[in-house]
Design a protein around this ligand. Structure first.
Ligand code: SF4
Length: 684
């Protein structure tokens, strides 16, 4: 479809900067967007947008915008034509693919539209035939996704419409700083509080959310799961166990809770026992309590088990799947929900199908016109893929991601990327990863492309194209089709236009757990829809998680979580996270003058005193994995045993994190909980 003519009616689309996906109108003048106005019809934010959404236009036509392919020659990235760029692709990748397709990796993003997610997976498996595709969602909510999938067979972040949060009478936010990262959700907290609900923030920092919530438990980093076990212990002791539905593993999970009496739990979590008992009493008394986890609970070496512990609690107390209650995960990336459903994970096919399941392989192979045997088996997950770069993996194609900043152990990962024979980056701004590339292909940004995205409540919405990509930049889906042709495998990538791709994508989800097959652009023009939507004439599914689940026997399986034995902290503990005005690795938001922010290490006044630090001083932080020097911000809002770093800047937070320790189920790196030492930067 052509973009609208200059000065046409505003284009309604969705904000790309977080998983709420607020709707707004883009006003166009002379082919450029000039103003954003929120819309009251927005089903999620009802006429509000946050400062990030309002500032989104500053990135459009940014002076750094990539408008021409860039090829590394003589050590420099120099502009070349598309023909030269595609010739490079052919010469670089064809010999590797002929020798061993696994030598070529693909790294995607939770910011991609559903259609690009789908096409990237198809491109990897059909055109490259490589098993090695994964994406940066492994750095986001992968642990919550893994816990839900293994328990009830699928994962939709919230099983009910967002507005129903306001009907909960107790909301427990575990490691979720929504006031900064998902601001529209605060209105639902406020509604709930006006109706008498209590809101708890479980977080080692007194974040903005903790202040809004009113109730705060400042647990030690990495002990959220132990807190859940302590609550389960008390629910059992007080006679509040009434499982949501029959399930496997109930008795084992309840037996484990016996070992977590309040005294032990309070000591391990570093909180007063009385506060634990008060929260437990409130959970016991609540009719519709809601537990929501965020990255604080999930980004650990035992993140899946941490989420599992909270999920078990909700399930065993009869709340899982209740409208406005139970358990949910607050996914963060712009398309964090849809991005994890349609085939860019190493073991996944579209519609949330499994690459390991013969039936799923046959269904998707039939759609793609190939034999199931032509589809590769699951390959390396995200961090393992980056760890293999420069060794088993010789070429990497990156679409819309910046692992030089966002991957764990970023120093090592940068070295690995430098060691690749070919690093091909498709992006619209020169991220730190693009700056290392051998070839940069200028892609499209959110207002230059059509597609759909799926928000944190499983709501599928249309993204509409408002302007044309500048210069020689192309829509990403066209670039993927060009790459397939360049490696001599255009079959399946010769779409007459975007609409043909989109219709194929919807069809490809049919029968999957995340079934979008009843959707069309026309239906989404009338209203957004929450998946599954299996029929063009049937309803969508505002309430997911019915008491029977898409598991082998329809029952849930609760797993016994396990956590490492706590060791007395000998050093400070590093935790990393997000700031309100920034998005992911900051490629867009660090360039945005309206979103300026400082990269500082937050420490407690006691830590500052102990190390002779004052306002304006800098520290050098050191872990087993690297070191970084940056200014401190001194605040009583953080536990004295904890250091906080935002992860949006290069050369800082992820230089300190561990590239090798991964959650065994989700393969999420341990972004939180790294032992760290600090000394004043001026010290010898
Ligand atoms: Fe809405 Fe999130 Fe965009 Fe802010 S960043 S306007 S909350 S979608």
């Amino acid at each position: 479809t052509a973009p609208p003519a200059a000065d046409a009616r505003p284009v309604r689309t969705t904000c790309p900067y977080c998983a709420v996906q607020c709707n707004f109108d883009l006003h166009i003048e002379r082919g450029l967007p000039v103003k954003i106005t929120p819309t009251r019809e927005c089903p999620v934010a009802h006429g509000t947008v946050c400062k990030k959404g309002l500032a989104a236009l500053n990135d459009v036509r940014h002076p750094n915008r990539l408008t021409q392919p860039l090829l590394r020659r003589g050590g420099e990235l120099v502009p070349v034509s598309w023909a030269e760029a595609l010739a490079y692709i052919r010469e670089a990748l064809t010999p590797l693919l002929e020798r061993d397709p696994a030598r070529v990796g693909v790294f995607g993003s939770g910011s991609l539209t559903n259609e690009k997610t789908y096409l990237l997976g198809k491109f990897a498996r059909l055109a490259l035939k490589t098993p090695n595709i994964d994406y940066n969602g492994r750095y986001c909510m992968a642990s919550a996704s893994a816990a839900l999938n293994r328990t009830v067979g699928y994962d939709r972040g919230l099983g009910f419409p967002l507005a129903e949060m306001g009907e909960s009478d107790l909301i427990v936010l575990v490691g979720a700083n929504i006031a900064e990262t998902l601001p529209p959700l605060v209105q639902h907290l406020s509604v709930a509080r006006r109706r008498g609900a209590l809101v708890y923030a479980i977080d080692p920092r007194a974040t903005t959310t903790a202040r809004v919530a009113g109730q705060h438990l400042a647990v030690r980093v990495g002990t959220d799961g132990v807190l859940a076990l302590g609550l389960l212990h008390l629910m059992k002791r007080w006679g509040h166990i009434r499982p949501t539905a029959p399930a496997h593993g109930l008795l084992e999970v309840l037996e484990q809770a016996d070992a977590y009496p309040p005294g032990r739990v309070a000591a391990e979590c570093g909180i007063p026992e009385a506060d634990l008992l008060t929260l437990a009493q409130r959970y016991a008394d609540a009719v519709r309590p809601l537990i929501l986890t965020g990255r604080g609970a999930e980004q650990h070496a035992h993140g899946t088990d941490t989420v599992q512990a909270w999920l078990n609690l909700a399930y065993l107390c009869g709340h899982f799947g209740k409208p406005g209650g139970g358990y949910g995960t607050l996914t963060g990336q712009g398309n964090g929900q849809g991005g994890r459903e349609h085939g860019q994970k190493n073991d996944q096919l579209p519609g949330g199908r499994s690459l390991r399941d013969p039936r799923h392989r046959a269904e998707v192979a039939a759609l793609w016109g190939v034999s199931p045997d032509d589809l590769p088996q699951p390959g390396l997950s995200a961090q393992n893929l980056l760890n293999a770069c420069g060794r088993e993996v010789e070429a990497l194609i990156v679409l819309g991601s910046n692992p030089v900043v966002s991957a764990a152990g970023a120093g090592q990962i940068t070295e690995n990327l430098r060691a690749l024979k070919h690093l091909i980056v498709i992006d619209f701004l020169p991220s730190e990863t693009a700056q290392l590339a051998t070839l940069v292909l200028p892609g499209s940004m959110w207002c230059e492309e059509e597609g759909t995205t799926t928000n944190l409540e499983g709501r599928v919405q249309r993204r509409r194209r408002a302007i044309t990509a500048p210069g020689a930049a192309r829509e990403d889906w066209r670039i993927l089709c060009d790459l397939a042709a360049a490696v001599g495998r255009p079959q399946g990538f010769t779409y007459s236009g975007f609409r043909e791709l989109q219709d194929e994508f919807f069809r490809a989800t049919k029968g999957g757990k995340a079934d979008y097959s009843g959707l069309s652009a026309e239906r989404l023009d009338r209203a957004s829809a929450q998946w599954p939507v299996p029929s063009a004439t049937g309803p969508d599914t505002p309430h997911a998680y019915a008491p029977t689940y898409p598991t082998a026997d329809g029952l849930a399986t609760l797993h016994v979580p396990s956590f490492p034995l706590p060791t007395p902290p000998r050093t400070l503990t590093l935790t990393t996270g997000r700031l309100g005005g920034q998005y992911q690795s900051g490629t867009q938001t660090r360039r945005n003058p309206a979103l300026r922010a400082e990269n500082t290490a937050q420490i407690h006044p006691d830590t500052a005193r102990e190390h002779g630090l004052g306002p304006g001083d800098s520290v050098t932080l050191r872990t087993l994995h690297g070191q970084a020097t940056l200014p401190v911000s001194i605040s009583p809002a953080i536990r004295a045993d904890t250091v906080f770093l935002p992860f949006h800047w290069p050369g800082a937070a992820n230089l300190l994190t561990d590239p090798y320790t991964l959650d065994p189920v989700s393969h999420m790196p341990a972004f939180k909980g790294t032992p760290v030492t600090l000394r004043p930067a001026h010290a010898p």
